[in-house]
Design a binder for this molecule. Structure first.
Ligand code: 5RP
Length: 222
């Protein structure tokens, strides 16, 4: 097996124990976790899960994974999710799939938050990947100008057919090019103070464990 996404996605399921409530991430890496969780459940693992997006919810239905509405959950034991960038302090950029609002809510009530990435996602400083910012539709250009004043250029995320990408929460995604984010904690707070910003893709101080792999399958867990 040489797909690093599959390697880390499946490896992370070793942290899951019977009786746990498990958050299921979104994206092409988290896909492998969800698939493996489905297999483990078929073999007798007894857990309940909370999906971080409509697409992961669909995968869970497909593989008969028991789901629980997040409103009925006080605490999630473990969440396993991908990321777009990971810095040495385990700060993240997420939202390449546009699911970062639900992912951050799930992460906020998670006891142990595991991030799974291939090595290409490990960076010294966050910011090369365009920071996804979820924006409410009302007066979206006003909000965009306010975001740009923080020192970035930005583009509305589009689908392949050229129409606007709409999030699971019926909002737009603004992809923001900061190039180098010197202080992720400060930027996270500043962005979220703009009234039209619903949530941004900076996850600061949230990840407990990073599992990464290169294309040869060499794992790094820290
Ligand atoms: C979705 C995310 C994903 O976890 C992130 O984009 C990584 O995706 P992939 O594993 O497909 O590279 O944050 O909103």
């Amino acid at each position: 097996m040489t797909n690093p996404k599959q390697i880390v996605g499946e490896k992370a399921t070793e942290f899951i124990e019977n009786g746990m409530t498990v958050g299921l991430g979104t994206g092409s890496t988290a896909y492998f976790t969800t698939r493996k969780v489905g297999q483990l459940i078929q073999n007798g693992l007894n857990i309940r899960c909370v999906p971080t997006s409509k697409s992961t919810e669909q995968l869970a239905y497909k593989w008969n994974i028991p789901l629980v509405p997040i409103s009925e959950v006080e605490k999630i034991d473990i969440t396993i999710d991908g990321a777009d960038e990971v810095d040495p302090d385990k700060n993240l950029i997420k939202g390449g799939g546009g699911a970062h609002l639900r992912e951050k809510i799930v992460a906020s009530i998670t006891g142990y938050y595991i991030i799974i990435v291939d090595n290409s996602k490990l960076v010294h400083h966050l910011g090369k990947f365009k920071l996804p910012v979820e924006i409410t539709p009302f007066a979206r250009e006003v909000t965009r100008r306010q975001v740009n004043q923080l020192g970035c250029t930005s583009d509305w995320r589009k689908k392949e057919d050229g129409s606007d990408f709409i999030s699971d929460n019926d909002n737009f995604i603004l992809d923001c090019s900061f190039e180098l984010i010197k202080d992720p904690r400060a930027l996270n707070l500043t962005l979220n103070q703009i009234p039209g910003v619903v949530e941004n893709g900076l996850f600061v101080g949230m990840a407990d464990k990073i599992i990464s792999s290169d294309s040869e399958g060499n794992l790094k867990i820290y």
